[in-house]
Write a protein that binds this ligand. Sequence first.
Ligand code: ZN
Length: 323
Amino acid sequence: MDKGAFHYVDMFFVQCGYERRSLYRERSKYLETCLSDGSARLLFVYDRKVGLHRAGAGFEIALVDSELVPRGRREALQEVYLGEYVGRPVFAILCDEHPESLLSLTAEAMLFFDLRQATAMLSPHAASLLGYALAMDYWHRTHRFCGRCGHRTESGCAGHTLSCTNPECGRKHFPRTDPAVIVLVQNEGACLLGRKREWIDRRYSTIAGFVEPGETPEQAVFREVYEETGTEVGKIRYYAAQPWPFPGSLMLGYYAYAEPGVVALHDNELQDARWFTREEIAEWVPSGRLRLPGRISIAYRLLQRWFDRGAIKPLDQLNPDAP
Ligand SMILES: [Zn+2]
């Protein structure tokens, strides 16, 4: 039993449906056997997109039996052992070129999609595994050279380490994930939401930002909300975390409390921030005057839990067709 499974909460990109089997990463003979005898399956990441195929009204991961990719061809590819999925070992292949020629596939058999767009049409299990693969792809692409001495790195531990090839340095780099806080600031009947300039019109979301060195997540919550909205919060409570592979964050979800007051956009990161009452949300979401964060995000979940506690109609029903 993989202990990661205990952290399953019903939220996209949280590890579920696969086991990491991290202790197998060092067992190179076992992994090579799985790849050559065809018991392993491969999924593909190319151009920051994931390989899918159509299944009914939605999509599934396009999983390819490893024996279909001869060893000679695989040597040029970057493989990452992800663990076990649906009873079989699974590897992510991180492609620099479209894998069509490598696999002799028709374009229909593997379609590359932006995972953020495709997630709502995938099972949580599939989205979780693909999010993991996408985050590993980002880490590999941004660590091709050693951050200490600038020499090339090479992959080890089944794709889970990148070691500097300069013998005088030899630094080992490990996959990283950047902690960020995301917080719903609320009062009894209202919550504080902000919007960034680059977002689509009328879209507002919870306040978020990266945790800085030397800071606890709770301190980051206080600082970010103050910087972005001029609001001082208290009663900061942790809710849950969501790995967010766009490109590689761990979103730590919080609730906090503040008295509604005048908002001041101190750091100019937001274009606007304001308090919304439940009544305004209930009226403005169906009419299109207010757009909420996507349902796959912890931002939506934070908002939903708060909203549904005191609303006549659940948030999901205000705009059932929204992604
Ligand atoms: Zn180095």
